[in-house]
Design a protein around this ligand. Sequence first.
Ligand code: SAM
Length: 245
Amino acid sequence: MSAPALQVIVLTLFPDMFPGPLGFSLAGKGLKDGLWTLEALNIRDFAEGRHANVDDTPYGGGAGMVMRPDVVGRAIDAAFEKLPGATLVHLTPRGAPLTQGLVRTQFAAPDTRLILLCGRFEGIDERINDHYKPLEISLGDFVLYGGEVAAMALLEAVVRQCEGALGNPQTLEEESFSIGENSALLLEYPHYTKPPLWKGLSVPEALLSGHHAKIRQWRREQAEAITRERRPDLIEAHHVKRETK
Ligand SMILES: C[S@@+](CC[C@H](N)C(=O)[O-])C[C@H]1O[C@@H](n2cnc3c(N)ncnc32)[C@H](O)[C@@H]1O
């Protein structure tokens, strides 16, 4: 049998979700035939201590829990040991929108290796992005419970690009895709949780201050800066919406 066109490791708190829909139809046939491979690793297996905690409360306060960088980092390192040279993808609403153009340019090469990181809760400590510099990809301008469905959507789009994965390869040339309207949103500010120092990366001073107005201002500035940098269209829409209120 020839080498698989695509090798994938998914990092998730719910490995039993996989292959899920990808086990059916042409994607499922490709998986069974070895056209592509899929392994789901449980992030919880990389937690330590009696309670195996994968998350903790956010520095600076606020609702929800944040996934710890030490636990997620160990899971990523283990995945890279299994799949050296892989592209790390973090599924997050703050990422570049998933488009067919992105699928074609980033993932359609033969012998593609992917590690897909799925967040839960409020998301993953920002230092994972700082340290590993993953490709951050969003399924769209909406919030899911977790990254798993987004990972499945990305994979389904990528598997379809593999040679031999479609009944009629001409389908790829002929199909179209549509771009939805953007809603007026700001992207979220970065999150941080324990430990306060990880791999030489510290938590921003403002979040440790305990000063609520300062934290609010820092988060607002970060959200605006990140949105301006990544999605100026959203900033414009946001201002228009505010002015017309
Ligand atoms: C409840 S969400 C966190 C949302 C985050 N607090 C925010 O407002 O941006 C938990 C996880 O679901 C995944 N997720 C949610 N919406 C997503 C989307 N549109 N695209 C990709 N992943 C998404 C991410 O992995 C995220 O870490």
